[in-house]
Design a protein around this ligand. Structure first.
Ligand SMILES: [Zn+2]
Length: 204
């Protein structure tokens, strides 16, 4: 699998294109990502996956959904955010086609991944585990975890999710070949993600 990555918008939100066997998936197309995607993507687009519904991660959903006629995957608890422009940033509504559920395996063309629901930063935040590649959205990043003080956040849920992640991923903490690709910033190892989470758990 090949990964292309580029950051978009004021918050430098990472958009990822995954490619395998002439097929492509798009993760979190932020503001302005569509032009880069069309230029960079080599394979046939199969779907858009949203790690959560905050506008900086879904801004170009609508334009891509219309142009490419591909389905949008998102957790049900963030689906309403796709048409919620209460921050008045000019978000064009997009529409979920498939819901991403906790501890569920998905197969889209040649791609296989497991979804893990990690609410807290938003109610419908998910992690997408492709085996060697883990897309963590705004759940965990280099030296920090996602903010849990937004209107769409829940601190108690974040606490539970941080512990859930540790329970599920601690066994891989010494594996330097599995990388976590966050919504902002550079990829980190599982070991780094666990260290970061341990630091942040002290604030709960
Ligand atoms: Zn976010």
């Amino acid at each position: 699998m090949t990964i292309h990555a580029k950051a978009f918008g004021y918050f430098k939100t990472n958009c990822y294109i995954l490619e395998q066997s002439g097929m492509s998936l798009i993760i979190d197309p932020g503001q302005g990502a569509h032009a880069w995607i069309e230029k960079t993507m080599n394979g046939k687009p199969l779907a858009i996956l949203n790690t959560h519904g905050h506008y900086d991660h879904v801004f170009d959903n609508s334009i891509l959904q219309k142009k490419m006629s591909i389905p949008i995957y998102i957790h049900q608890d963030d689906a309403l955010l796709l048409k919620d422009d209460d921050t008045e940033v000019g978000l064009i509504p997009s529409f979920p086609d498939v819901y991403l559920n906790d501890q569920t395996d998905y197969e889209i063309g040649p791609f296989r991944f497991r979804c893990i629901h990690l609410p807290g930063h938003s109610h419908g935040s998910v992690l997408l585990d492709f085996g060697k590649y883990i897309f963590s959205g705004d759940f965990v990043m280099e030296n920090t975890v996602g903010r849990y003080d937004f209107r769409t956040s829940c601190k108690a849920d974040m606490h539970k999710s941080l512990k859930k992640y540790k329970d599920q991923f601690s066994i891989y903490r010494n594996n330097r070949h599995v990388l976590v690709y966050p919504g902002h910033g550079r990829p980190i190892t599982i070991g780094e993600s666990i260290e970061t989470i341990n630091k942040w758990l002290k604030f709960f």
